[in-house]
Design a protein around this ligand. Structure first.
Ligand SMILES: [Mn+2]
Length: 301
């Protein structure tokens, strides 16, 4: 008898690549209509937010529902100094407009917008605020939607590490491109960013692995098929100990979203290629390759 989880073949090893028909490699043709869109970590109110990319994505995609999985507005940054350009306003307007036109918008606050948590189960201009949520895919699989910051404590890792990791990562990319243009002028060969990152990112990578396992463990205890989170700015979709772990990434560095197609398949879509300069894209690919290699090494076979 076919049950509703039939699309999922049995898992041979808990850490095997996702056996689902979900698209596990990021797609770079993001425009169109999806059943569901999940985005998080847009960090509106910071200079890091790549607002033009996000606006472009919101303008050219549709879904019902649209999930905002936390750290959407950066309350921490706004407290330090008010930064709110027109593009950030446009994003808020765009989301409110979607809600007005009938898109169900569910906002699950994160740590940077934890001020919104006390408004859980309230509705603001059509945006529903919820502490957490269960989303049912078209194929019946149930996904627990949570920002993910609650697992920082669980894995006994300081809250700042993820943010420092992020900052260090961006800084390294910038530094590297400057260093290498200087080295090129001096006739020196390209200095390997990937080798440098392999050494430096080791700690951050083990953090990512522990985070994923902690979130998946909790999802399993809740009896759901998978989890959608953000927080660590690292888009990912894979099976972790029998649970589908999905991280929708962020709009500071990776510029990614998680989408569900009409038949319940999931995919991570990558909008970074849309307008990014070739040089930055190359640097990012190199860095992502190093990080991916590191993750592959860090994972048990
Ligand atoms: Mn967060």
């Amino acid at each position: 008898m076919r049950d509703r989880f039939d699309p999922l073949p049995p898992t041979s090893s808990p850490n095997a690549p996702s056996p689902t028909p979900d698209q596990s490699t990021p797609l770079s043709a993001p425009h169109g209509r999806y059943r569901t869109i999940f985005i998080s970590d847009t960090h509106l109110g910071t200079r890091g937010c790549k607002a033009e990319f996000l606006l472009d994505f919101l303008r050219h995609t549709e879904s019902d529902p649209l999930y905002l999985v936390g750290d959407v507005i950066d309350g921490w940054a706004l407290r330090k100094g008010f930064y709110w350009p027109q593009a950030h306003n446009d994003i808020v307007q765009k989301v409110l407009r979607k809600a007005r036109k009938g898109t169900r918008v569910i906002f699950v606050p994160g740590n940077h917008d934890e001020f919104a948590r006390r408004y859980a189960q309230h509705n603001f201009g059509g945006i529903e605020v919820e502490q957490e949520w269960i989303h049912t895919l078209a194929d019946g699989r149930r996904l627990w939607v949570t920002h993910g910051d609650l697992f920082d404590g669980v894995i006994q890792c300081a809250k700042w590490l993820a943010h420092v990791g992020d900052w260090a990562y961006e800084f390294t990319l910038r530094l590297n491109s400057r260093l290498n243009s200087l080295r090129a002028r001096l006739g020196l060969p390209y200095w390997s960013l990937s080798r440098f990152l392999k050494l430096k990112v080791k700690r951050a990578v083990s953090y990512v692995g522990q985070f994923e396992e902690a979130v998946a463990r909790e999802a399993r205890q809740r009896g759901v098929d998978g989890v959608v989170c953000g927080h660590i700015h690292h888009a990912e979709m894979r099976m972790v100990n029998g649970v589908l772990y999905c991280n929708d990434g962020d709009w500071v560095e990776s510029l990614t979203a998680l989408v569900e197609y009409g038949d319940g398949r999931l995919a991570i879509i990558d909008c970074s290629a849309q307008r990014r300069g070739a040089h930055a894209a190359a640097a990012r690919t190199a860095a992502a390759g190093a990080v991916a290699a590191e993750i592959a090494e860090a994972r048990p076979a």
